[in-house]
Design a protein around this ligand. Structure first.
Ligand SMILES: Nc1ncnc2c1ncn2[C@@H]1O[C@H](COP(=O)(O)OP(=O)(O)OP(=O)(O)O)[C@@H](O)[C@H]1O
Ligand SMILES: Cc1ncc(COP(=O)(O)O)c(N)n1
Length: 433
């Protein structure tokens, strides 16, 4: 997917083009850029702006349009009328999502739009917008209406819509101590989207928000779905904002470790737990982690061999593979069906010592009796599924641990369940030391 970001350069990478490249790359998007101005700014203060010439802006856009299939566009800082006209000429016939984030003043107080060009912004940039995302201050400047009890957000948004924006979101419209709301005006409907307010001033939330909207629209989500997605994405980025410089924190998206990386790192940690060899059963151990909403063992990552005991050590014999585990993966699937947040599991040796530690811990434990397994279940070979479902039925809340005491020729077993492999390691530390 190729998304074009048209905007200013922020050398501190808190906002503008650099922030868009960072955010889009976290979403696996290839970012194309057309720079409208170079600014000198950091996380504490704003220096100067040097807009580029209309000629080089036009050439940047032409070079991109002649080569790439562009799926969506985000427009941020456009400093003056000449640049606005170039953008209008190049974009007016496009039929792809365009999100316009009108930036007028930086968080640190710098001027990002020449005041005399506001009317050109109304004429050339607003009509390009599939979604226009001003904050309250920007909406007031662009509409020339101050929001008050008489002039509601609806009046202001309708004025901006009349200028040609198809959909308008005024961000930060209704703020009290613990809520931030955005007012949305679509073609035929209007509504508010609210979320908990994070008490952190930050640099880049507006850029992140508009980038996430265009990403979602390109993925064929409708306006409402895209705004909810962007709100959540931005919320996380503000929560996770980092103080990279000496000034205000910069919005930041946490890198979600891949399923493989997360499980592999947990398995390594597991094998290093002091004395863990005592917890490896005869049939050895598997440690699994599934995708969200797994449908079969093919959606569950596990070790194609097992974690095996070698004297007083444990070693991993085999590779991580989807479908690598049969038994533990089947137990996880049964559990996940009832409790979708549970995506990881490990089996451990049944020992009275471990059971008494489990009973002393605050973990929720349940069990099942393999002697009570109905014959037809035995014939169908669906023992594990039946057992986990019986233990779930025996428990008032989601079990952290399920065990059974075995049957003739069947080894007793403990299975620990958790949302993630890391979560499992935490539970194991409570019951093995
Ligand atoms: N402190 C906060 N806590 C939670 N959400 C926030 C907070 N500040 C902003 N948001 C949300 O982040 C999104 C982006 O809005 P914001 O008001 O930051 O944009 P902006 O002021 O236009 O930024 P810029 O001028 O940089 O483009 C909106 O959905 C808004 O509700
Ligand atoms: C080049 C550029 N574009 C946009 C912003 C607005 O971002 P913020 O409101 O976080 O300062 C900025 N400061 N610089």
């Amino acid at each position: 997917m190729n998304i074009l970001s048209i905007g200013g350069s922020d050398p501190s990478s808190g906002a503008g083009i650099q922030s868009d490249i960072t955010m889009f790359s976290k979403l696996n998007v290839h970012t194309l850029t057309a720079i409208t101005a170079i600014t000198s700014q950091n996380t504490s203060s704003f220096g100067i702006v040097e807009p580029v010439s209309p000629k080089i802006l036009k050439k940047q856009l032409e070079s991109l349009f002649s080569d790439f299939k562009i799926d969506g566009i985000k427009i941020g800082m456009v400093y003056n009328a000449k640049l606005m006209k170039v953008i209008y000429q190049q974009l007016k016939k496009l039929k792809i999502p365009i999100v316009v984030d009108p930036v007028i003043k930086s968080t640190t107080g710098g001027k990002l739009l020449e005041f005399k060009s506001v009317k050109d912004f109304q004429k050339y940039i607003i009509p390009l917008a599939t979604v226009l995302t001003p904050n309250k201050f920007e909406a007031e400047i662009l509409s020339k209406i101050k929001i008050s009890s008489k002039n509601t957000p609806e009046t202001v948004a309708k004025t901006l819509q009349k200028m040609g924006a198809k959909n308008v979101v005024i961000t930060g419209i209704e703020e009290n101590n613990n809520k931030v709301s955005d007012f949305v005006l679509e073609k035929n409907s209007m509504y508010m989207i609210s979320d908990e307010k994070i008490s952190k001033i930050n640099h880049g939330s507006g850029c992140t928000y508009s980038a996430a909207i265009v990403y979602s629209l390109v993925n064929k989500k409708n306006i409402k779905e895209s705004l909810y997605f962007a709100k959540k994405f931005t919320h996380n980025s503000i929560k996770n904002a980092k103080k990279f410089g000496r000034g205000i924190p910069i919005t930041n998206i946490e890198n979600k470790k891949s399923i493989e990386e997360e499980l592999s790192s947990a398995i390594t940690k597991f094998t290093k737990i002091n004395g863990i060899y005592k917890n490896i059963p005869e049939c050895q151990t598997n440690f699994v982690f599934s995708k969200q909403k797994p449908k079969s063992t093919k959606d569950v990552l596990g070790i194609s061999g097992r974690i095996v005991r070698a004297g007083k050590n444990v070693i991993v014999a085999g590779n991580l593979e989807y479908g690598g585990s049969k038994h533990v993966a089947t137990a996880l699937l049964a559990m996940n069906k009832k409790y979708p947040q549970i995506c990881s599991a490990i089996n451990l040796k049944y020992q009275n010592e471990t059971i008494s530690k489990i009973k002393k811990s605050k973990l929720v434990v349940s069990n099942y009796d393999r002697n009570k397994e109905p014959q037809d279940v035995k014939n169908k070979g669906s023992t594990i599924k039946w057992g986990i479902n019986s233990a779930i039925k025996n428990s008032k809340s989601c079990p952290d641990i399920i065990y059974h005491k075995g049957d003739f020729g069947k080894e007793p077993m403990i299975i620990v369940f958790g949302n993630t492999p890391k979560n499992i390691l935490k539970k194991i530390s409570k019951i093995t030391r």
